[in-house]
Unconditional design. Sequence first.
Lengths: 138, 138, 81, 81
Amino acid sequence: MIKIDIVDRPLEFFPNDDSRLQDGAELIFNGRVRATEHGDSITALEYEQYEGMAENELFQLAEETCKKFPIHDLFCKHRVGRVNVGETSLHVAIWSKHRQEGIDAMSWFIVELKKRVPIWKWAIMEDGSRIPSECSHG
Amino acid sequence: MIKIDIVDRPLEFFPNDDSRLQDGAELIFNGRVRATEHGDSITALEYEQYEGMAENELFQLAEETCKKFPIHDLFCKHRVGRVNVGETSLHVAIWSKHRQEGIDAMSWFIVELKKRVPIWKWAIMEDGSRIPSECSHG
Amino acid sequence: MIKINIKCFSQVKYALDTDELRLELKNGTTSVELEKMIREKSKGKLDGISMRIAVNQKYIPNDIKLHDGDEVAFIPPVQGG
Amino acid sequence: MIKINIKCFSQVKYALDTDELRLELKNGTTSVELEKMIREKSKGKLDGISMRIAVNQKYIPNDIKLHDGDEVAFIPPVQGG
């Protein structure tokens, strides 16, 4: 099963679920905002999405991941809007029979997410200015 | 930092912590008991430890992992005693600057744990009998 | 003439200082021709920035002819996660 | 004579039907000699089961002489996780 959610508020993590009978491995990745971006101190990132397309691309990617790897379920939440330093911007959970397939699926899913899902970061600098993340070291 | 805990009750997961400033990646692995062991239906596993040595080996392994990979923190809880199907027997959390080093460290840590930490599984079969996991398939 | 709605994100938004552009173009204008216009409009601010093109919220693999009412986005390198 | 405390886990416990054994051995008995005794004691139930040896809760890389009061464990393949 796949669950995809893009939300503009602090992420609620998927709750603990002890009812799974055939999932020996549960792998969770949380991407958090670091206090430095390209060497500059920041107070937050602001994530911008291409509304509609971002969710569609994320769902399609999750489907591809579930076909490519023998995993059972993939749940993913991505936050948009302002995310303060330390907070979670990406929450992914993968359930599989064994560990290695979950690890491989997680790796691939996030690499691909960072290639194709139309979401971008704006750095909120300590002086309050707001610039596309890639420009911050220019 | 390293935290190691071997406990004989349901595992409490490490709480969410938004105060980390330089950990862009948080990776959590939960090993759960599956309803089948070597093809046989089970109702639970009972984990047996070599008390003292298991915790020492786990701590030493965590230290090696933190030296071998550029990660910041590794927390690990292992449950012993009876663990019902669906419940978590192993809970590992790794924090690192970037994703890949956390994934590599998690993979290696668990592979090594399964080689050297003196903990064993007894299968609790549907008829209530209790046998070392390796013997259950004859 | 065809009416095209252009969505601007990240560095494209920053360079053009707008979220959205509405342009009227000659029939038969292609996605690559429109990209050229956008790069010119940015007065060099998009130089060196690679962009993929999405038409109606799907990446397109090749240059295509645009149609009246199309939504086009020039997608600079994405940064999710 | 030396007194040795043997801890039994998993398949060793199952084969010998005990948690713990206390043996008095000749001075100079080695870990490998003790392993042989334990395998004989199991009447074939430990055949085909590989075991590492821990003395005083540390794996030992080579055969060593045992000392009075040592705690020895024959560690069948571990199964944590």
